[in-house]
Design a protein around this ligand. Structure first.
Ligand SMILES: Cc1cc2nc3c(=O)[nH]c(=O)nc-3n(C[C@H](O)[C@H](O)[C@H](O)COP(=O)(O)O)c2cc1C
Length: 173
């Protein structure tokens, strides 16, 4: 697929077919994340791959009862490794770079998922403490996004975007 086409046609998918995803595809998706840029090439992020129905149900609760999280065949919990980034970059590493590293990796994964004919949704609304406790995520590691993945069972209308001129400031803000 042409890159712009992939970027332009990716949508958040919240309804999935009852079909498993091969581990090879999960591997390809995570590999795409690994090739994202990261501060100092530290790659200060990690991912918890969840397929267990009981854990997915609990994740749906931690996401304030979003049923599609339990229904997705695979859930990727992308975490920022605060300790790794702070060791090199102090507070800026801990508060900013590791989050950016995780977000860059997550976006690469979203595009790869779409390119593979799968669908995904970035879920940012969740109780961090509950997710960390449920998955055994240690101190110094912060869950940043919960990405649900599956074969799409919906074709959403693209939500509108603002006009390009609304984003741009020229020379100064
Ligand atoms: C930081 C962030 C947080 C988001 N949180 C949620 C969420 O909690 N639940 C959800 O259903 N979608 C969530 N989304 C997906 C957005 O709703 C979606 O990307 C946006 O409406 C644009 O639609 P599109 O992805 O189809 O272009 C989130 C996206 C981002 C980048």
């Amino acid at each position: 697929m042409d890159l712009y086409e992939t970027i332009r046609n990716r949508r958040s998918i919240r309804k999935y077919k009852d079909r498993e995803i091969d581990d090879d595809l999960i591997h390809e998706i995570i590999e795409a994340g690994i090739w994202a840029p990261s501060a100092g090439n530290l790659q200060s992020w990690e991912v918890v791959v969840v397929k267990d129905p009981e854990i997915k149900s609990q994740l749906a609760v931690a996401c304030y009862i979003r049923e599609f999280i339990a229904e997705a065949p695979v859930v990727l919990v992308i975490c920022a490794h605060k300790r790794k980034s702070s060791a090199a970059y102090g507070e800026r590493g801990q508060e900013l770079y590791c989050i950016q590293d995780a977000a860059c990796a997550a976006q690469n994964m979203l595009l790869m998922i779409h390119d593979l004919g799968l669908g995904a949704c970035w879920n940012g609304s969740f109780n961090e403490e509950s997710v960390s406790a449920l998955l055994g995520i240690p101190n110094g590691v912060r869950p940043v996004t919960i990405i649900t993945v599956g074969y799409p069972d919906e074709k959403p209308i693209p939500p509108p975007r603002e006009d390009i001129e609304d984003f741009i400031h020229r020379e100064t803000y």
